[in-house]
Write a protein that binds this ligand. Structure first.
Ligand SMILES: Cc1ncc(C[n+]2csc(CCOP(=O)(O)OP(=O)(O)O)c2C)c(N)n1
Length: 607
């Protein structure tokens, strides 16, 4: 098939203009925010409470590890402790701007993101919805029930749900069956798919391909859901970050090549706390002052990139609100860099020998929690004060007490039973109901899925593969097919020829040469309701996608405690036999077959 876009140049001299990238542009006062209707007063308190929930939760973890947490004397737990103390404004501010249906993906330093997603989800529910939310987790609610919460009014239901949130988060860290992932995910992999948290990732940048795929899925399903991908400054130098941002920004989504002119609705958030483990983004391990410059590499609008004061919860929230407007309008993806700082080390074992006390103190003066509380208490002339000193003390006590009560309960909770050790590793094979079809179907109806046979009624392997794809794609609109050169070219082996014409580009599209991003996107799509078929041209190239295959596709079903299944197919050619030597002729299935969680199928005949 001939390409729709003809590429020619007149070769006249000129230069490329790169859009300027705003830095710390937020200057609104509280009064302005309230007058503009951007913030309700109750939301101000929610933002403070959400930050306090994170702060006190992580202080508790640090104290437990130091053996000084009074409610649990002498107790310790196994597992990592990457706390985000100092970064609370990023988690709370960004996630407060989302709707409950929007997705997040997060990283190893993700307690704050998980708590925020659940916190604001709970705050968005009506009393009836909260009852339903709690009844779905009735066994746990009963287990933690505190006698001082008998009432069914909205406030009491919210408090119950927040108890549950803290309890389940601690259980996840302590490896208990009541954890969100049944205790098998732990601190670095908290995921709560019921609130559209698609998981925290211990592979630096590992979740960025998933975010791109979730965004493509939301775009294809026309679901209106945005994806907020929170990743550290270190992650934005990993290969997957490049592949994910490039895939999400591919022109075909917006320029009319696909049926729908709509950019992939992902907000890539750089949580720049100034350090990887100790490697410094600025002046050491990258060549740029601001990572937001990277936006200029991916689309002509520089991904609407912006640098934001990540110590100011209102600045963060404002930037995400504006980014959401863009992505909901089809102008995504967007890149936001939040300038923040972690007050503790990379982990609690980190001796912190690489940074000065002066630097830490300078950032502590910008403490997002204390400063925001002070702002609310001082807001005379701005419609405030919104908070009294005693209210702040009471709020702190409330969240501290909740942590203590829920931590004690978590101690009493059971670990997963040994018989369930393989739970979720492989999906049950079951038929699921086909989703109802949309009226504005992008797919032309086709007469028959059968391809021609030879005189003996036989089909070669290529045609059999194509016929199977056609049959399934006609049956199930959740299947989309993508990869390198699968569209007009029909794939390197001609398997997908004619499918573009038959199903349209919304369902059959080319990607950049990005094996890691292709597999990562497939994972994100499968997590969010699609059944992607992703093509890797030659099996040899799977090595480029090994993290996404082995740590993401193979692991999430298990590591989420079976919350999610991953109905995705990675299709590739093995041992091509074309005389292409050692990089195009290997039989990698033997290596891949050693990864728990994957099913390898190598058909030997067309049938
Ligand atoms: C692919 C990969 N490489 C290295 C590590 C080890 N590691 C864990 S966290 C970390 C630093 C990550 O820095 P950043 O992305 O900025 O996030 P932060 O820890 O600052 O939140 C490193 C090197 C890892 N987990 N994954």
């Amino acid at each position: 098939m001939v390409k729709e876009v003809e590429v020619t140049f007149d070769f006249k001299p000129g230069s490329i203009a790169i859009p300027s990238i705003p830095v710390f542009a937020y200057t609104k006062s509280l009064q302005e925010e309230i007058n503009n209707g951007h913030l309700e007063v109750s939301r101000l308190i929610d933002l403070l409470e959400a930050m306090l929930v994170i702060r006190t939760f992580e202080e508790m973890i640090a104290e437990i590890k130091a053996g000084s947490y009074a409610p649990l004397p002498g107790f310790d737990f196994k597992g990592p402790t990457h706390v985000s103390i100092g970064q609370e404004a990023v988690s709370a501010g960004s996630i407060s701007a989302l709707s409950q249906a929007d997705y997040i993906t997060s990283s190893h330093r993700g307690h704050g993101d998980a708590l925020s997603k659940c916190y604001f989800y709970i705050k968005s529910l009506s009393a009836e919805m909260l009852k339903e939310f709690l009844s779905r987790q009735a066994d746990m609610v009963e287990f933690i029930e505190r006698c001082q919460r008998p009432s069914d009014d909205l406030g009491s239901l919210q408090e119950k749900a927040l108890d549950l949130m803290v309890y389940r988060t601690i259980c996840e860290l302590f490896g208990k069956a009541h954890g969100y992932c049944r205790g098998v995910g732990g601190s670095m992999h908290i995921a709560d798919f019921s609130v559209n948290h698609l998981g925290a990732n211990a592979i630096v940048g590992g979740h960025m391909g998933i975010a791109a795929g979730a965004g493509m899925s939301s775009r294809y399903r026309e679901s209106g859901q945005a994806v907020l991908c929170l990743a550290g400054d270190g992650a934005y130098s990993n290969g997957i970050s490049h592949e994910a941002m490039n895939l999400a920004a591919m022109s075909q989504f917006k320029n009319g090549l696909m049926r729908r002119h709509f950019g992939v609705p992902v907000i890539f958030a750089i949580v720049n706390n100034q350090y990887g483990m100790s490697g410094q983004q600025r002046d050491e391990v990258t060549g740029v002052d601001f990572l937001a410059r990277r936006g200029a590499a991916y689309d002509n609008e520089a991904m609407h990139a912006e640098v934001v004061n990540g110590m100011d919860v209102l600045a963060v929230r404002d930037s995400v609100k504006r980014a959401l407007e863009l992505v909901r309008n089809g102008e995504g993806p967007v890149l936001l860099e939040f300038m923040t700082y972690r007050f503790k080390g990379h982990s609690l074992h980190d001796p912190l020998s690489y940074r000065t006390r002066e630097e830490l103190n300078a950032w502590k003066k910008r403490d997002p929690v204390d400063n925001f509380a002070r702002k609310l208490m001082a807001a005379a002339g701005e419609g405030g004060p919104f908070l009294g000193k005693e209210d702040f003390t009471a709020l702190k006590k409330k969240v501290w007490d909740r942590n203590a009560a829920m931590a004690r309960k978590s101690m009493e909770a059971s670990p997963p039973s040994p018989e369930t050790i393989l739970f979720g590793l492989y999906a049950e094979r079951k038929k699921t109901a086909m989703p109802t079809e949309r009226k504005d179907s992008p797919i032309p109806e086709c007469s028959t899925s059968k391809l021609g046979r030879d005189s003996e009624g036989k089909l070669n392997v290529r045609s059999a593969l194509r016929e199977a794809l056609i049959e399934e794609m006609e049956r199930d609109r959740r299947i989309i097919l993508f990869g390198e050169d699968v569209a007009e070219y029909g794939g390197a082996f001609g398997v997908t020829a004619t499918l573009l014409k038959r199903f349209g580009r919304e369902r059959v599209f080319n990607t950049s040469i990005s094996e890691s991003g292709i597999v990562g996107s497939a994972v994100g799509m499968a997590m969010t309701g699609l059944r992607p078929v992703a093509e890797i041209m030659y099996c040899d190239f799977i090595l480029q996608a090994m993290d996404q295959l082995g740590n993401q596709a193979a692991k999430w079903q298990y590591m989420s405690g079976g919350q999610v299944t991953l109905p995705l197919v990675i299709r590739c050619t093995i041992g091509g036999g074309r005389g292409y030597a050692g990089q195009h002729s290997q039989s990698m299935e033997s290596i891949v077959a050693h990864i728990p969680g994957l099913v390898i199928i190598a058909p030997s005949t067309a049938e």
